[in-house]
Design a protein around this ligand. Structure first.
Ligand code: UD1
Length: 389
């Protein structure tokens, strides 16, 4: 067993008896899938490893979940918790209650969580209280904006983790500032880029451009889903004004997240604004391969997503992030990302500059090389070996 070394014996006993290393992986929301898939695939190569995949059900629409399993070649989950939507308290509480018996039953040596969604933090909390080691993929990122629900999830998950896998050096520094033991911190690079590299050849075969009626290199791609940008009608309206201005110059493909779709359906004026803007192409959420094809061939990406800031940096596609901060500063300092805030008076000129050829190309940050999962798997296995299974 490799427990956290706390006073009580947690799960992990099965591994102690059989020589098998047990890992329990967690996915819940859309941005988790591409971070977990490469680690699952890498660990599968080791015959001593047994893996269990738990889906919390935070995201449940086929276009937010099932399509990613197909696109990323992930095995079906071994357990599905059916958490669904609700307030933060309801969603988190449901996951806490539902995952505890699964961890007790499966007796993992390590619970592996990824990213910063509610599922990440909830499962880490249950594992930590059961005395099971938690490994956090994408540790150490900080926006320093405590109003972001993900910032709360990031800080708490890191505090509860025994192994912290960081994607960039700024993350190591953040963790050091918070007093996290550097021996627990492992700079492994960005595992999302492993998925990106693996998927690019198949993404090239995507027919999404024909389906949406846009030509490669001749459109912009936009996504919006942060509560701070879409929950308040005035905030969403400002961003729709900016998108409409840009779409007057170049077609803008805008796959609409369920959260954003829900806000638009509540407000007829906003919906009309979005639907009537010339060149603004509203679409349903798009699967991984098709979205990657759209990103790779866009002239410009405008987003408030975290992961898309990274994917555009990896692809050298200019990205304008419509937020006031980013937990991924390496994408701005090294990559192709620019923080432009949410005021159309800033966003539109920045977009025009990119369209006129003054966009950032940037370069790819260190260890965003498609081999992060290899490094993570190696450290996970070594951790179990050293803890004397
Ligand atoms: C969640 C994550 C966010 C991540 C985003 C990616 C948290 C706190 N937030 O935000 O960090 O960037 O996922 O997508 O964990 N809904 C559906 N179908 C679904 C899922 C959601 O219709 O499959 C709708 C529901 O109305 C729900 C709302 O979207 O209430 C918000 O879903 P939720 O999981 O609470 O947060 P996201 O905004 O998706």
């Amino acid at each position: 067993m490799c427990s956290t070394g706390q006073n009580f014996a947690g799960p992990g006993r099965r591994g102690h008896l059989t020589g098998v290393m047990n890992f329990l992986h967690v996915v819940g929301a859309r941005p988790n899938f591409m971070k977990v898939a490469p680690v699952l695939a890498q660990l599968r190569k080791d015959p001593r490893v047994r893996q269990v995949l738990v889906h919390t059900g935070q995201h449940y629409d086929p276009r937010m979940s099932d399509v990613f399993f197909q696109d990323l070649g992930m095995p079906a989950p071994d357990a599905h918790l059916g958490a669904g939507s609700g307030s933060h308290a309801q969603q988190t509480a449901k996951i806490l209650v539902e995952v505890e018996p699964v961890i007790l039953r499966e007796e993992p040596d390590v619970v592996v969580v990824a990213g910063d969604v509610n599922s990440t933090m909830a499962v880490a909390l249950v594992a930590a209280k059961l005395g099971v080691a938690v490994a956090h993929i994408e540790a150490g990122l900080r926006s320093w904006d405590w109003r972001m629900p993900e910032e709360v999830n990031r800080v708490l998950t890191d505090r509860m983790s025994e192994l912290l896998f960081t994607p960039s050096r700024d993350a190591d520094q953040n963790l050091a500032k918070e007093g996290i033991d550097p021996n627990r911190v492992h700079f492994v690079g960005n595992v999302m880029i492993d998925s990106l590299h693996a998927a690019l050849p198949r993404a090239r075969e995507s027919r999404i451009h024909e389906q949406l009626g846009v030509r490669k290199g001749e459109y912009a791609l936009a996504t919006l889903h942060r509560p701070s940008n879409v929950d308040e009608p005035a905030a969403l309206e400002r961003l729709l004004v900016a998108l409409a201005e840009v779409s007057g110059r170049i077609p803008v493909v805008f796959p609409v997240h369920p959260r954003t779709r829900a806000r638009l359906s509540l407000d007829a004026t906003l919906r009309a604004k979005a639907e009537s803007a010339r060149g603004l192409k509203l679409a349903d959420p798009i699967g991984y391969l098709d979205f990657l094809a759209l990103t790779a061939n866009a002239r410009l990406v405008m987003t408030d997503s975290g992961g898309i800031q990274e994917e555009t940096t990896a692809l050298g596609v200019p990205c304008l992030t419509v937020r006031h901060n980013t937990e991924r500063p390496v994408t701005v300092e090294v990559g192709s990302n620019t923080l432009v805030g949410t005021d159309p008076a800033q966003v539109v000129p920045a977009a025009v500059a990119v369209l006129e050829g003054r966009g950032k190309k940037g370069r790819v940050p260190d260890l965003w090389d498609g081999r992060a999962a290899e490094r993570i798997a190696h450290i996970l296995v070594r951790f179990c070996e050293e803890r004397g299974r």
